[in-house]
Design a protein around this ligand. Structure first.
Ligand SMILES: Cc1cc2nc3c(=O)[nH]c(=O)nc-3n(C[C@H](O)[C@H](O)[C@H](O)COP(=O)(O)OP(=O)(O)OC[C@H]3O[C@@H](n4cnc5c(N)ncnc54)[C@H](O)[C@@H]3O)c2cc1C
Length: 598
């Protein structure tokens, strides 16, 4: 039977010992009273919910999937999903980090991020239902009118209703400028929306009484392309002013996708037949408004892969300790048994440690980003808020793409640890691989994240934010410059920082002549940047661990952290030696290949 244990110790280490979140949060007015005890208590309870309620539904949800009744357009989620959602709502979990003005608990995003990691480990498909609701909540909170906020936010906050994001159409996913769904203004100020959306996660289900669809569509006078897209809120049932459910709106599920993973989540084809909607934000500014949701979702998708990496690692570790095959190359280790447990073999350890290092690096980065989000919202100083927003913008594509690429590699390696038993269903490992694959595709494919990072976030501001990240690195190097024990962790990152600066200038100059140069370099550039960021966080984690050991701690957690950090720098970080020449290889070898691709 698969297992899952919430990684509370590692979360607490990053939150309290590396990031010092209690002090950081107490400096923010909304969280001034929040202490470490409360944070830890919420994490513990959240871990119980994930383990006891969601995890037992993961395999069954994958096997059963969702079903559509073609006559009523109703979708049934797998057995137990609805009951779990009822418990989620009753436990107040939906409201965790929502605004108290709408009934939320007002807890920080950094705490929500931990909770979501655990839910993703336990059951990614289920977790996508509340995850999308939270995105819809964020979008309406940022861009909704007073009436929209008063109507929708309290019910998204308490989980009574869920949300979706409806962007994709059959002919357009990446290029939303091509979308065709139309919105015609009506005399009463509402809009009549007609079109077809595909691939809409949580687009129809039986968990909640209403679904709040956020739909991108074009107004009649819209300019062509992405500058002509507006955002609308289109509820499944049109609510009356008091929030009670009125007419069934003309937005229906016409089909469910049959897909590789996340079977428990309904991926819906939605048909809008003159559905009634109201405009969110300004006309033709829909993409900008939707970006609030998309940015939150990108951090969320990184978190999905973090969750899968962690749960796959835990199960591979248990298996590797129990499964006996062959003897250790350096002599029998379990002499009382006919063979040694496979964990004695160096390559099995490489696979396990890869997953562990990717999980721990991703957790540090993801929680750092969530803290930036809290600070961006609540720091009193506008300049500091902007700094946090800039850094978050830089790191978001890295969280999304680097964590999800690593997550797929890690779950595949964990599957490999189980040999043939990883390929069959019984152990649950092949599900993690299948579930992890979508995270590299949706919310903007990882290529699009790479273009966003290099094109917009780095070259777009002449590397200004990247230099700010470099300053963090510089501070760490200055702080620990004289500490020989930190050299092995800091030197490689500082060297990579130097190489990245040169690489950025080089690509920037070449892109001025030929923009394909940027497109050719972007994916390798993002991976190298991912290692720069992970390297920085592993150095910070090593710094804390070394200090604790020097102060006399005998907690094995700290030497274990150092071992993982050393593995990371020795076996994963050196990938940058290949990535940098690849990013420099230029566009010619890709673009002058018409014969090869004929
Ligand atoms: C299970 C599932 C759930 C989803 N959930 C949602 C949802 O809830 N809401 C929603 O709106 N959508 C959702 N999507 C859609 C998803 O976001 C899109 O599939 C994704 O954005 C890619 O779009 P596409 O499939 O049309 O691929 P395309 O845009 O056709 O891309 C095909 C390939 O071309 C590459 N490409 C495209 N343009 C460029 C470029 N300029 N430079 C380099 N490479 C490029 C892409 O990276 C990709 O590899 C979901 C999809 C799936 C499969």
């Amino acid at each position: 039977m698969p297992i899952y244990r919430p990684p509370l110790r590692d979360m607490q280490f990053i939150l309290h010992e590396v990031l010092g979140v209690s002090d950081e949060l107490q400096a923010l007015a909304p969280h001034a009273q929040l202490d470490q005890g409360t944070i830890d208590a919420v994490l513990e309870e959240g871990g119980k919910f994930a383990t006891e309620v969601l995890f037992p539904l993961n395999i069954g949800g994958d096997e059963e999937g969702c079903t559509l009744d073609q006559t009523t357009h109703a979708v049934s989620t797998p057995k137990g999903f609805k009951e779990a959602y009822t418990r989620y709502v009753a436990g107040g979990w939906a409201a965790l980090s929502c605004d108290p003005a709408y009934g939320g608990q007002g807890l920080p995003m950094v705490l929500n991020q931990c909770f979501y990691e655990m839910m993703n480990s336990a059951n990614q498909a289920w977790t996508m239902y509340p995850g999308l609701s939270h995105g819809a909540y964020e979008c309406l909170h940022a861009h909704g009118t007073r009436e929209q906020k008063d109507l929708y936010l309290p019910r998204l906050t308490n989980g009574e209703w869920t949300g979706t994001m409806c962007l994709t159409e059959s002919h357009c996913g990446t290029d939303l400028g091509l979308l065709r769904t139309r919105a015609e203004p009506r005399a009463d100020g509402s809009y009549r929306i007609t079109g077809e959306k595909i691939f809409i996660s949580a687009g129809e289900h039986d968990l909640a009484s209403n679904i709040v669809h956020l739909v991108l569509a074009r107004l009649p006078d819209a300019p062509a392309g992405s500058k002509g897209i507006s955002l609308f809120v289109v509820p499944k049932f049109e609510p009356r002013a008091d929030g009670s459910l009125g007419e069934r709106n003309a937005i229906y599920c016409a089909g469910l996708e049959h897909k590789m993973g996340i079977h428990g989540n309904a991926t819906a084809q939605l048909v809008l037949e003159g559905a009634s909607g109201s405009l969110v934000g300004q006309p033709h500014q829909g993409l900008a408004a939707m970006f609030v949701m998309m940015n939150a979702a990108r951090l969320g998708v990184g978190n999905q892969s973090l969750g899968l990496t962690e749960v796959a690692y835990q199960n591979a570790l248990v298996y590797a300790r129990e499964r006996i095959q062959m003897r250790s190359l350096s002599g029998a280790k379990a002499k009382d048994r006919p063979a040694d447990p496979i964990i004695v073999h160096p390559d099995v350890r490489r696979m396990l440690l890869t997953a562990k290092a990717y999980a721990e690096g991703a957790r540090a980065l993801s929680l750092y980003c969530a803290l930036l989000l809290d600070k961006e919202r609540s720091l009193p100083d506008g300049h500091l808020r902007q700094d946090c927003a800039d850094m978050l913008a830089l790191l978001t594509p890295i969280v999304k793409a680097f964590t999800t690429d690593n997550g797929f590699e890690a779950t595949t390696l964990c599957q490999q640890v189980l040999g043939g038993h990883g390929y069959i269903r019984e152990w649950g490992m092949e599900q993690h691989v299948r579930d992890a694959r979508i995270n590299m595709i949706y919310e903007g494919t990882n290529t699009i994240q790479a273009l966003d990072l290099l094109g917009r976030k780095v070259l777009g501001n002449n590397g200004a934010t990247l230099r700010k990240f470099g300053q963090l690195l510089g501070r760490l190097a200055a702080e620990e410059g004289g500490n020989g024990k930190m050299t092995e962790f800091i030197e490689p990152v500082v060297n990579l920082g130097r190489q990245m600066t040169e690489l950025t200038t080089d690509i920037g100059l070449r892109s001025l002549q030929n923009p394909d140069e940027m497109g050719a370099a972007a994916v390798d550039y993002l991976r190298a940047a991912g290692h720069l960021v992970f390297g920085y966080f592993f150095a910070r984690m090593a710094q804390v661990a070394l200090r604790k050991i020097a102060a006399g701690s005998t907690d094995p957690f700290y030497p274990a952290k150092l071992q993982t950090a050393r593995f990371y720098f020795a076996r994963l970080f050196p990938e940058t030696a290949t990535l940098i020449p690849r990013a420099r290889a230029g566009s010619g070898v890709l673009m002058d290949t018409d014969l090869a691709l004929a």
